[in-house]
Design a protein around this ligand. Sequence first.
Ligand SMILES: [Zn+2]
Length: 238
Amino acid sequence: MLLADRVQAAITDRVGGVSMAPYDSRNLGGTVGDAVAAVRQNREKTAVDLGIDPNRVVFMRQVHGAEVAYVTEPYRDDPPGLDAVFTDRPGLALGVLVADCAPVLVADPVAGIVGAAHSGRAGTAAGVVPALVTAMASWGADPGRMTAVVGPTACGRCYEVPAELRAEFTAVLPEAWSTTRQGTPAIDVRSGIVAQLTAAGVTDVRHDDRCTIETPELYSYRREKRTGRFGGYIWLDT
Ligand SMILES: [Zn+2]
């Protein structure tokens, strides 16, 4: 989809790939136990489907932290562990791989800078999204001009956690306090990310608000344990 002038974004799903169960079928995750050749084919097919160069997609080694890097080309072997990247290079797509964690895509179309973050419970608590906004701003982007997309994630009615964990998480992000449909303690990662974006000065926040746990065409670690990863992609038109 066209997110802003010259900025494209996409959220993939599990349909239309070549992986076998339990990764069926468009698994993009390379470290979940799926066949390497199948993942490579799925990544290539997805790039072609999106109209981007399969050799110009940046994938991170995601570690649930808050490290951010400026990138001008894909990582090859042994990428550093990090959870957010940004670029000003047209045609270089940034990919985030998830199965319950939120993919967050950010763009300042005026500055011509786009970024992507992997923000689950731990990454959100660590502040990876505000770290990305700050890093993009240090490169000339302006939070007031940014558009952000918070992609599918485990929702606040499904994401059950122990009471102590909810207390710990919401001590940092009170907006994330939630309870499940059964009335047990839960956290609402999406609300936490929105609060972080708002505090960082990003007001144009959009959502793909599907809950991964409740949406069969998306991968969900919590629902299935052994499963694949879908992706959030963002790039500047060439
Ligand atoms: Zn849900």
